[in-house]
Design a protein around this ligand. Structure first.
Ligand SMILES: Nc1ncnc2c1ncn2[C@@H]1O[C@H](COP(=O)(O)OP(=O)(O)OP(=O)(O)O)[C@@H](O)[C@H]1O
Length: 725
């Protein structure tokens, strides 16, 4: 007959237990230990009620017994206050993801010392009906061991569940081989039903053997327990008493293990998201407090579990416990061929490599956008382009460095600080439409017309000869600053410069009517020029030279290249002397560029040629030649024995005046007027001759020249400046 079940757990089987009050989510308290010995204690589990989930029950409270080394972790449930002989379970591990806890399993046993007398029994009974645990149906199996053994499992509070398995063996050798499955030969196994929270494990034998049953001789004990599937492997040794030790003596209570399912059972179930929470909203519950977590209803029993959302891992029961998983580092997730994994928050993407397209996450992966030959052509084209562009870029960089070098050597830093307008070479190229409109050339170089950013015309002087590079830019610096300072109505103003060439480019205001030389001797029909205009041009130019020679602190500033070609005329034929500074720059540059000395031989002071001394009086000499050009409209030719000054002086000596040489155009007016004009021209001629004197002391200063010319004008045209009648 079967051994009757002991009257256990009756007290716990009351059916009208009131549902527990809903609990409020409690976050894990700081300072609660997270480990006991080697076992991790993730929240909602915690040591003591104050560290565990739930306000007033022991569901997730565990204890750590420090009398062991290392300390051991135990559940508080069981024991329950109403069950005396139940021992707490020792916890091996806790899994949040699976909602499982692995504990050591108690082993029931009965040992015989004859066919019908027992010498020891230990039947295990426990109840976990009010806690969060249920025996896992899927992970455990009921196991019996013995050679004449009826292993019995009763369950449910009213003991309505009752099952068992039988195992027999006629000798130890008749039992199953070591490692064989438990199929009734020395060992038997039974699956476990769901919702088992009250467990009675019992053992009996078949009376029909008694008293002839001799199994107790070679297999004195029978055992029964619940074990995690696959954790118990049968061996014949387990049947025998070896060295007076039974199987239970040998394995103790820390070998066989079982798995319990847990869930939050006293807080209801998951709540569906509210309608306005959006399509991606998840089910919630009070315990699922981490962001990126969701609630899932328990698959075994009532209640729920929390999980981290897809793409996150960690503890969903604590604030910010769920953190992003880097899927790219996990083998579980992978990208198809020709794609590369990139982690994102809560997910990952598989980006196709360059030249590929498609769904990188699919098994097929990404495929080529272009077929192989097209890719080869593309690569070839790109390489070719790089091969072409690279030298170009290197060349450009080289040019940039050279420009920077010139800029520095030409004193760019000083000039930038001196408020001088500095243009880049590219800017001047833009002003002049890539230096396309040449308006003239001189000793300094070529002159190009351009339009600046303010739509004003400018003349850009670009050095023609790229000579040896000046070692010191300081000489240009002083000259450019000086030129920039000159402000006189009869001097062409410098508006800026460019320092990115070996010799700086100069930018002047554009003077639209060409030079006096062009006006007097230009090709085509000679343009009529009145005496008054000629005197105005002479006075204006002389004033410019006077200003440079003496006024405004420009003492001894010699032009060095005074000639009709350097007197430019504006729209109203007002004179603007040009090349003041450029003659100096030419001479600075000529030291490096092996140029001839600036200056036109037709205008050059013979004293300078003889003595090498160049003074303000040299400018006076050249201006004398310009005066002759103005009154005679003859070119200042010089061929060694014949020149305009020589011819004029000769004529004056011979005729007493130079009237034979005056420009007839001046007398195109009335006779009386012509007479006065002739006299005025005589005075201008006489002034010119004085300017040309060999003895420089006899030459007037430029200031005296201005005075004399003004006198002449007064005589000719009175105070009003208009021609007197
Ligand atoms: N600011 C300007 N506005 C208009 N045209 C100008 C200007 N500067 C120069 N030019 C023109 O460019 C020509 C060349 O000028 P540049 O001063 O370089 O040489 P040059 O005076 O003729 O000779 P040199 O350099 O020997 O004195 C001038 O004849 C003039 O026609």
């Amino acid at each position: 007959s079967l051994i009757p079940l002991p009257p256990l757990v009756a007290a716990a089987s009351g059916s009208n237990i009131a549902p527990p009050p809903p609990v409020v989510a409690a976050a894990p308290r700081p300072g609660c230990p997270s480990m006991c010995g080697t076992v991790n204690i993730p929240y909602p589990f915690g040591i003591g009620v104050e560290c565990a989930w739930g306000s007033d029950n022991f569901d997730f409270a565990v204890t750590c017994n420090h009398s062991f080394n290392p300390p051991r972790l135990y559940t508080l449930n069981p024991p329950r206050p109403d069950t005396d002989d139940l021992e707490p379970f020792e916890v091996i591990s806790i899994s949040l993801e699976a909602g499982e806890i692995r504990v050591f399993s108690p082993v029931s046993y009965i040992c015989y010392n004859s066919s019908n007398t027992t010498d020891s029994t230990g039947f295990k009974v426990w109840s976990i009906k009010t806690g969060p645990f249920l025996l896992s149906k899927t992970r455990n199996v009921f196991t019996g061991i013995g050679c004449s053994t009826l292993a019995l499992l009763a369950g449910r509070e009213d003991l309505s569940y009752y099952t068992g398995c039988y195992t027999s063996c006629m000798s130890l050798h008749a039992a199953a081989q070591d490692g064989e499955e438990c199929a009734g030969l020395g060992c038997c196994q039974m699956p476990i039903p769901t919702n088992l929270s009250t467990i009675h494990i019992n053992l009996g034998n078949d009376d029909s053997y008694t008293p002839t049953n001799t199994a107790w001789r070679y297999s004195p004990c029978s055992y029964a327990f619940i074990a995690e599937k696959g954790s118990y492997n049968f061996t014949r040794r387990d049947l025998a008493r070896l060295a007076n030790k039974t199987f239970t003596d040998r394995v103790g209570n820390r070998t066989i293990r079982m798995v319990l399912d847990w869930a939050i059972r006293d807080g209801g179930s998951c709540q569906a998201p509210t309608k306005d929470a959006g399509a991606s909203a998840k089910q919630t519950a009070p315990a699922c407090i981490s962001r990126n977590s969701l609630c899932v209803n328990a698959t075994h029993g009532s209640g729920y579990l929390c999980q981290c959302s897809e793409g996150y891992a960690g503890n969903p029961y604590v604030t910010d416990g769920c953190t992003n998983i880097n899927e790219c580092e996990l083998t579980k997730y992978h990208c198809g061929s020709n794609s590369k994994c990139h982690d994102t928050q809560g997910d990952y993407v598989c980006k196709c490599k360059f030249g590929y397209k498609g769904d990188g996450k699919s098994e097929k992966g990404c495929r080529r956008i272009f077929p192989g030959y097209a890719t080869a052509i593309l690569v070839a084209l790109v390489s070719l382009t790089i091969l072409v562009i690279l030298p170009y870029l290197l060349y450009k960089e080289h040019e940039r460095r050279i420009r920077r070098g010139y800029f520095d050597k030409n004193g760019g830093k000083i000039l930038s600080g001196a408020n001088i307008v500095i243009f880049s070479e590219a800017k001047l190229s833009q002003f002049t439409n890539n230096f396309s409109e040449e308006i003239g050339r001189g000793a300094f170089g070529m002159v190009f017309k351009g339009i600046n950013d303010e739509h004003q015309p400018v003349a850009v002087k670009r050095p023609i000869v790229e000579g040896e590079k000046p070692q010191q830019g300081g000489e240009f610096v002083g000259e450019i600053i000086f030129q920039f300072d000159i402000r006189h109505p009869n001097i062409v103003p410098l508006v800026g410069c460019c320092l990115e060439t070996s010799i700086p480019m100069l930018v002047f205001e554009f003077i639209p009517n060409g030079s006096l030389s062009d006006m007097l001797h230009g090709a085509g029909k000679p343009r009529s020029l009145s005496l008054q205009k000629r005197l105005d041009i002479a006075i204006g130019s002389a004033e410019a030279l006077t200003y440079m020679h003496s006024e405004a602190g420009h003492n001894n500033r010699i032009h060095g290249d005074v000639k009709s070609g350097n007197i430019l005329l504006d729209d109203d034929l007002n004179p603007k002397v040009s090349d003041f500074g450029s003659s100096k720059l030419v001479s600075i540059a000529s030291r490096y560029a092996k140029w001839s000395v600036a200056g036109d031989m037709s205008y050059i002071d013979p004293v300078y040629i003889n003595t090498g001394s160049f003074t303000e009086k040299s400018d006076v000499y050249s201006f004398g030649v310009v005066l002759l050009e103005l009154i005679t409209r003859k070119k200042a030719k010089y061929d060694g024995s014949n020149s305009l000054p020589m011819n004029f002086v000769k004529t004056c000596k011979k005729e007493g005046n130079g009237r034979k040489m005056y420009d007839r155009d001046i007398f195109s007016g009335e006779d009386a007027q012509s007479q006065r004009s002739i006299e005025c021209l005589d005075r201008v001629g006489a002034l010119a001759v004085r300017c040309l004197k060999e003895d420089v002391e006899e030459r007037p200063t430029m200031a005296e020249v201005v005075e004399e010319l003004k006198q002449v004008k007064l005589i000719a045209f009175g105070n009003s400046g208009s021609e007197a009648s």
